[in-house]
Design a protein around this ligand. Structure first.
Ligand code: ZN
Length: 489
């Protein structure tokens, strides 16, 4: 038995001003055939699982390229076609194969391609023919298209958000694929379009119970796998939206019925699944009030929508500007993306006092740049933070203190959301000494910051991420979805 595997993944925010190209992949994660590390990345778990299963079970594994770009704006056409064709050529060289198992994300959009993954899967199908198995793991923040379903035998997404189960779901996809290749099961994919879009954190109710329940349903009564595709509201594509996907063992009627009943249940929860968020003024009122109690721990304020993990630039200034205007002090900020300002800080050197313009350069949505006299406390060739067991680079980075305040800001060159408190301590800022920490992340920061925080406040500053689907100027969305209409059915 011969299996080919590869991974091509990013999450495209079609509203973002930050273009994505091949260098974006090479900077974030790129492993040529055989070069993938022993540890999985978010979207390449199947490759690592397959290596182990191949050793244990004695089948032949042919590895192609595995690569990932930090979420950003529309992918350059030549970059997409280049990476796609690289993988297709590797597959052609590997023929004949019995199966193709991929690590995808599912929200990649390139110039001229609204459905990159559908295009990739369709081309793979035409190369390998109808009788070869095609299976993929997906991120739930993706778009599920007809083309993908038609050209796949097995599709399954992570169930958890934060995505703590990406490796387990990689195991799940590989396991179903191997069972299919041994003739034990005949997978059929059924889907249901919930005609809505929302935010579905599973670290809280009602999603916690929903996910626990669908996990319990898997493995019984011909039900092999269940996934909720949350959808990705920052990707303007025709099939944007939430969908339920059920894979059965040759039992399409049961798959369709279950997908519909679970899908209508999700539709019934519309508007009640996201974490509670405050607007900027109310959030800062609460932060100031809590900080005044001097619990010895900082209040953590999450700028939910200036999260580079959702593809925005991460150079937003909206909340920091209001903090400065309101005289809120003893604050540390991680991070504001500004390669130019970092270059200036490196040139001026640590200890220098300079007039600096920082943030707000990528576009108008994140707020205007800030101008201040600052002291350069740190200027280094590489800042970094932990994310679980992995190390995330900030690239060249600087810490500045605004004159006359105890407001310190980390400026970075490599766009990344805030994951862990060591983003501060690695650059000499003691998080516990601050009243307020302002971080840029939607929910992934929660695991790292919860233990050190007096309290966590989620602020919805209204920008720059297109977080309100009612107002977002979708040009390609092809059908009515909630909340753009009250009742899409
Ligand atoms: Zn995701």
């Amino acid at each position: 038995m011969r299996i080919f595997t590869a991974s091509l993944a990013t999450e495209t925010n079609t509203f973002s001003p930050v273009p994505t190209d091949r260098a974006s992949f090479e900077m974030a994660f790129y492993a040529g055939p055989g070069e993938h590390p022993d540890t999985p990345t978010l979207c390449s778990a199947p490759m690592v699982v397959l290596r182990r299963r191949a050793r244990e079970e004695g089948f032949e594994l042919i590895e192609g390229t595995a690569t990932w770009a930090e979420p950003g704006g529309l992918l350059q056409q030549q970059a997409y076609e280049g990476l796609r064709d690289e993988i297709l050529d590797q597959l052609k060289a590997a023929l004949p194969v019995d199966g193709v198992i991929l690590g995808l994300h599912g929200a990649m959009v390139a110039q001229g391609y609204d459905d990159c993954e559908g295009d990739l899967l369709e081309r793979i199908r035409s190369i390998v023919g109808r009788d070869v198995l095609i299976a993929s793991e997906l991120d739930p923040h993706s778009h599920l298209t007809r083309k993908r379903v038609e050209n796949s035998n097995i599709l399954a997404a992570f169930l958890e958000f934060p995505h703590t189960d990406f490796y387990e779901r990689g195991e799940h996809v590989v396991d179903l694929a191997l069972r299919t290749l041994r003739g034990e099961i005949k997978p059929i994919i059924s889907t249901f379009d919930c005609r809505m879009i929302g935010v579905f954190p599973t670290s809280r109710e009602p999603m916690r119970s929903f996910v626990d329940r669908i996990q319990a349903l898997q493995g019984h009564h011909n039900i092999l796998s269940i996934s909720l595709i949350h959808g990705f509201m920052a990707g303007d594509v025709p099939e944007l939206g939430t969908q339920v996907m059920v894979v059965t063992d040759n039992d399409a009627p049961r798959g369709a019925a279950l997908a519909e009943s679970l899908g209508m249940e999700i539709f019934g929860m519309r508007g009640r699944t996201a974490m509670p968020m405050l607007d900027t003024e109310a959030g800062l009122d609460k932060a100031v009030e809590l900080a005044a109690t001097k619990s010895g721990k900082p209040v953590v304020v999450a700028d939910v929508w200036d999260n580079p993990g959702g593809g925005v630039a991460g150079d937003g200034t909206l909340i920091l500007r209001r903090m400065i205007e309101r005289g809120i002090d003893n604050v540390a900020v991680a991070t504001i993306w500004d390669p130019i300002a970092v270059t200036f800080c490196l040139a001026a050197g640590e200890g220098a006092k300079i007039q600096l313009r920082f943030g707000g350069k990528a576009g108008p949505d994140g707020g205007a740049p800030l101008d201040a006299r600052v002291e350069v406390l740190k200027a280094v060739q590489e800042g970094w933070q932990s994310f679980g067991k992995s190390r995330v680079t900030l690239g060249p980075a600087a810490v500045i203190r605004l004159e006359g305040t105890n407001i310190e800001v980390i400026l970075n060159t490599n766009r990344t959301q805030t994951f862990e408190p060591d983003i501060f301590s690695n650059l000499g800022i003691e998080p516990a000494s601050k009243d307020i920490l302002l971080v840029k992340s939607t929910n992934h920061f929660h695991a790292g910051f919860e233990p050190v925080a007096a309290e966590i406040i989620y602020i919805d500053a209204g920008a720059p991420y297109p977080s309100n689907p009612k107002k977002t100027d979708y040009r390609k969305l092809s059908r009515e979805i909630w909340p753009r209409v009250e009742m899409p059915f």
